[in-house]
Design a protein around this ligand. Structure first.
Ligand SMILES: NC(=O)c1ccc[n+]([C@@H]2O[C@H](COP(=O)([O-])OP(=O)(O)OC[C@H]3O[C@@H](n4cnc5c(N)ncnc54)[C@H](OP(=O)(O)O)[C@@H]3O)[C@@H](O)[C@H]2O)c1
Length: 293
């Protein structure tokens, strides 16, 4: 019998995962690079992270992207953790390293910084940032900005203790001094960059405002857009919908405003390179992220 070539399989795990843009992004990258891999999505509920990693070993999956609510579980269940995973306590990417061992990586921070540079043409070095939110995404962005030289990262969050934790993570990078601090809305007007890392504005399916209609969720904003002025840059990590009410209001005021699709594409590009060892076709991946298919 002639040897059949069998595609390698990679996947995103989480809940919800079925409508994730990751399969579109990675399958476009595999097609563009001629790599015989396929990328799919598995719904894995909270508590299933460790079993999913065991399945990855047994099925010899070539890579896993990890989304909510499993980022902390997989970081704990992996055999090896990169430095940023140790600090953040969360991973969004699992890489097999041989002998059945799995390495946990977090590519959200570098994905955010690369997306910022691609969209806005600015890097974090020397900038002042107002960072809205204190969850997993906020912590990754705080880490990425501080590691890349931001001089001030003021974290503003509904729950002050989580703002404190994100600020402390900014201060835990070896690159800079002490850029992280708990901020207030007074910090927004003076920032070069304002980032929404809350889930406010996210489309139907979020638990940001349980009980409200999808419409009222979508019209909610993470901060008053009149606090920002032209000359500032705003990034909303939300990408479902691609144009949040906050982004629309900011653009109307002449503020340069970008959604989270570039971060999504660049975190995927970093994962692609870790899994395949091949340079990621970033533009193809960005286009697939925008198209969503
Ligand atoms: N573009 C990308 O690639 C990318 C990557 C990761 C995440 N994201 C997006 O980033 C967002 C946050 O994700 P996450 O993983 O950090 O979620 P998370 O850990 O659940 O954190 C949610 C954050 O939103 C805040 N929040 C929720 N509802 C709020 C409300 N009604 N008013 C004020 N603050 C509220 C929470 O504040 P409390 O601390 O007070 O609860 C917390 O700071 C999501 O929309 C996610 O889709 C995008």
């Amino acid at each position: 019998m002639s040897g059949l070539s069998i595609s390698r399989v990679a996947a995103v795990i989480g809940e919800p995962a079925r409508h994730s843009r990751s399969p579109a992004i990675h399958n476009a990258a595999f097609a563009a690079t001629g790599i015989d891999w396929v990328f799919t999505a598995f719904e894995v509920p909270v508590g299933g992270g460790s079993a999913a990693l065991e399945a990855m070993r047994v099925l010899q999956l070539a890579g896993l992207s990890v989304t909510m609510p499993l980022k902390v579980e997989v970081a704990e269940a992996a055999d090896l953790r990169d430095d940023e995973v140790e600090v953040l306590g969360a991973a969004n990417c699992i890489v097999p390293v041989g002998d059945g061992r799995l390495r946990a990586v977090n590519t959200d921070a570098i994905g955010f910084v690369a997306g910022l540079e691609a969209d806005a043409g600015i890097g974090p070095d020397g900038i002042r940032v107002a960072l809205l939110g204190g969850g997993g995404a906020s912590r990754a962005v705080a880490w990425g900005l501080a590691a890349a030289g931001a001089v001030d990262v003021a974290v503003i969050n509904r729950t002050p203790a989580r703002a404190q934790a994100a600020a402390a993570i900014a201060n835990a990078t070896p690159r800079t001094g002490q850029p992280g601090r708990v901020g207030s809305i007074d910090d927004i007007a003076g920032a070069d960059l304002v980032v929404n890392a809350t889930s406010v504005g996210m489309g139907a399916g979020t638990s940001a405002h349980p009980g409200r209609t999808a419409h009222s969720r979508r019209s909610a904003m993470p901060c008053d857009p009149t606090l920002l002025s032209p000359g500032q840059v705003a990034v909303d990590l939300v990408y479902e919908p691609t144009e949040t009410a906050w982004l629309a209001a900011l653009r109307q005021r002449g503020v340069e405003a970008h959604n989270g699709l570039s971060m999504l594409a660049y975190q995927a590009a970093a994962a692609f390179e870790l899994w395949t060892g091949v340079e990621a076709p970033v533009e193809v991946m960005r286009r697939a992220a925008v198209a969503g298919r």
